[in-house]
Design a protein around this ligand. Structure first.
Ligand code: DGL
Length: 268
């Protein structure tokens, strides 16, 4: 297979990475994509570094076995905890979502006050704080873990009263605070972006990594001269458990026709 024909591999613990898949497809519609949702192990955000690293490495190796040309870690938790290990063990380039998200926030904030909303594991890693401070030490960064958002979204309850209650519970402390920029530091959170925006009000800018990582992926493929420029892109989706359920819930995020989702239980 010619290098440009090879797919871009994208993975997350579950549905959240589909927000990245959407941005990648929008920017590079001709690319073939293989997406993996590790539904057997979701959520990653309440697990240890060792466990998340093992799961992520298994998924990345699966994608590598499918001969992908690039892997996008469409999960902040895996990017925060496992990226160096993935880069060491995987032969194709691997891009995470933290650096692009942090860069986007640094460019957005006017008053140098940023809030990060993320999983417990991402918050504990301080990955966003480190990445932002590397660019500008004078920026103040406050983090909030929002552990209920992922299960709510994975249950298909994004637009429910439960979701609104969780938003109120986690985000009330932000109201009236100094931050002008809030990072949605989990790829699941853009699914409830409108509801978060409505709660926080117009003065706060919400940023996520989706467009920025898609741009970085495109630049890399262009530089390596392996960007696919002809034909229509095909998307294949795998889940490590309950593919039918994944396919049904994915519709809420990517819309369009219901996708066929293959099951791969290779490492359970
Ligand atoms: N969507 C993921 C993230 O960006 C993982 C969430 C989880 O599985 O807890 O962190």
């Amino acid at each position: 297979m010619k290098s440009d024909e090879k797919a871009i591999g994208i993975f997350d613990s579950g549905l959240g990475g589909l927000t990245i898949l959407k941005a990648v497809k929008k920017l590079m519609p001709k690319e073939n994509i293989i997406y993996f949702g590790d539904t057997a192990h979701v959520p990653y955000g309440s697990k240890s570094k060792e466990t998340v690293t093992e799961y992520s490495l298994n998924v990345a190796k699966f994608l590598e076995s499918k001969k992908v040309k690039l892997i996008l870690v469409a999960c902040n938790t895996a990017s925060a905890l496992a990226l160096p290990t993935l880069k060491r063990h995987i032969k194709v380039p691997v891009l995470g979502v933290i650096t692009p998200g942090a860069a986007c926030a640094v460019n957005t904030t006017k008053n140098k006050n940023i809030v990060v909303l993320a999983t417990e594991a991402t918050v504990k890693s301080k990955a966003y704080i480190k990445s932002i401070k590397r660019t500008d030490k004078s920026i103040s960064v406050t983090q909030y873990a929002c552990p209920l958002f992922v299960p709510i979204i994975e249950e298909g309850l994004a637009l429910s009263d439960i979701s609104r209650l969780a938003i109120k519970k986690y985000l009330t402390p932000l109201k009236g605070g100094k931050a002008d920029t809030v990072i949605l530091g989990c790829t699941h959170y853009p699914v409830i972006k409108n509801e978060i925006a409505e709660f926080l009000g117009k003065k706060i800018m919400l940023v996520d990594s989706a467009e920025e990582i898609a741009k970085r992926a495109k630049d890399l493929l262009e530089r390596k001269r392996i960007l696919k420029t002809k034909g229509k892109g095909k998307t294949q989706i795998y889940a490590s458990d309950l593919p039918e359920r994944f396919s049904r819930l994915a519709l809420n995020i990517i819309g369009g026709k219901r996708l066929k989702v293959k099951e791969s239980r290779f490492f359970i």
